[in-house]
Design a protein around this ligand. Structure first.
Ligand code: NDP
Length: 293
C-alpha cells in the first residue's frame, strides 16, 4: 500500500515558513498584498476566491477581493487591472478563471504587471520559466506538485516523469519546471495528451506520474508500474447517491487500485489542491519581496 502524501500537512509547513517571511517584511513596514478579481457569479470560482481571501487574512496579508458583475466589459476590467497594477499596497493580482464570454482572458493576462502576476500566466513569466530564470512566477499548481515531491523526499533528479495533460495551467508548466537544469528538477519528462499513442505503455515506464487531464479515475493500476509515485492534479465532480450532496470530488487517478501499486500517492481532496493555494501565497510574498528591493 502506497504512502499517502498529505498535501494539507505539507501546505501547513509552507504557511509556517511564510509566516516568518511575512513577519520580517512587516517589521520593515511592508505588508504583502494580494488582489483577487472575480467577474460574474460562477459558484466554483466564488468558492475559490473565498478560500484565497480567507487564507490571506489568516496569514495577515492585505487582501483585496474585487467582485464585478457578470456583464462587466473588457474595458471596465482592463481599467480595474490598471488600477491594481498601480496600487503599491497590492503585490499580487489574480483574475479568477474562467471569466464570462465577453472577456478576452488572454488580453487581460497580458495587461497584468508581470511583476504582480502571481498566477504565472503572463507571457513574460511563461518565457522566464522556459528560460529557467527564477525571477519569474511559476503557476501555482505546478509549483505545488514540485513542492509536494520535494517535501515527500521523492528524488526528482534523473527520474522519468510522465505528465498527463498539456494545458498552460498544469501540464506544460509542470513539464518545463521539472525538466529544468536545476535543484529539485533535472527530470526526464514525457508529456502525453489526448492524441498520444500507446499512452499506457508510456505511463508504465514512469518513476513519477503527474495526472492533470480532468477525467475522473482515468489512471488505473494498469497505467502504473510497481513503486511509482503518483501525483493527482485532477478535480472532477462525480455523482454519488450515498452522500447527502449527491456528488463528490475525485481525482484523475483511480485511487484505491493505484495505491496498491504505487509507492506514494496524493489523495483528492487533500493533495495538490491545498498546495495550489499555498503556492499562491508564496508567490505573493515573493512578489512583495521583489517589489521591496
Ligand atoms: P484542460 O482541459 O485545459 O486540459 C486537459 C488536458 O488533458 C489536455 O491537454 C488534454 O489533451 C488532456 N486530456 C484530456 N483527456 C485526455 C485523455 N483521455 N487522455 C489523455 N489526455 C487527455 O484542463 P486543466 O489542465 O485546466 O485541468 C486538468 C485537471 O486538473 C482538471 O481536473 C482540473 O480541475 C484540475 N486542476 C486542479 C487544480 C488544483 O489546484 N488541484 C488546478 C488546476 C486544474 P489535449 O490537449 O489533446 O486536448
Amino acid at each position: 500500500m502506497a504512502r499517502i502524501i498529505d498535501g494539507r500537512a505539507i501546505a501547513e509547513g509552507v504557511y509556517g515558513q511564510l509566516r516568518g517571511e511575512i513577519a520580517e517584511l512587516k517589521a520593515r513596514g511592508i505588508t504583502p498584498g494580494l488582489a483577487v478579481v472575480l467577474v460574474g457569479d460562477d459558484q466554483a470560482s466564488r468558492a475559490y476566491v473565498r478560500s484565497k481571501d480567507k487564507m490571506c487574512r489568516e496569514l495577515g496579508l492585505h487582501s483585496v477581493k474585487l467582485e464585478l458583475p457578470a456583464n462587466t466589459t473588457q474595458e471596465e476590467l482592463l481599467a480595474r487591472v490598471d488600477e491594481l497594477n498601480r496600487d503599491n499596497a497590492v503585490h499580487g493580482i489574480l483574475v479568477q478563471s474562467p471569466p464570462p464570454k465577453q472577456i478576452d482572458e488572454a488580453a487581460i493576462i497580458r495587461a497584468l504587471d508581470p511583476g504582480k502576476d502571481v498566477d504565472g500566466f503572463h507571457p513574460l513569466n511563461v518565457a522566464k520559466l522556459a528560460l529557467g530564470d527564477d525571477s519569474g512566477f511559476v503557476p501555482c499548481t505546478p509549483l505545488g506538485c514540485q513542492r509536494l515531491l520535494v517535501e515527500a523526499r521523492i528524488d526528482i533528479d534523473g527520474a522519468h516523469v510522465v505528465v498527463l495533460g498539456r494545458s498552460m495551467i498544469v501540464g506544460k508548466p509542470v513539464a518545463l519546471l521539472l525538466m529544468q537544469k536545476a535543484r529539485h528538477a533535472n527530470a526526464t519528462v514525457t508529456v502525453v495528451h489526448s492524441r498520444s499513442r500507446n499512452l499506457q505503455e508510456i505511463t508504465r515506464s514512469a518513476d513519477i506520474i503527474i495526472a492533470g487531464i480532468g477525467q475522473a479515475h482515468f489512471v488505473k493500476a494498469g497505467h502504473v508500474r510497481d513503486g511509482a509515485v503518483v501525483i493527482d492534479v485532477g478535480i472532477n465532480r462525480v455523482d454519488d447517491a450515498s452522500v447527502p450532496r449527491g456528488s463528490r470530488l475525485v481525482g484523475d487517478v483511480a485511487f484505491d487500485e493505484v495505491a496498491q501499486k504505487a509507492s506514494a500517492i496524493t489523495p483528492v481532496p487533500g493533495g495538490v489542491g491545498p498546495m495550489t493555494i499555498a503556492m499562491l501565497m508564496a508567490n505573493t510574498v515573493k512578489a512583495c519581496r521583489q517589489a521591496a528591493r
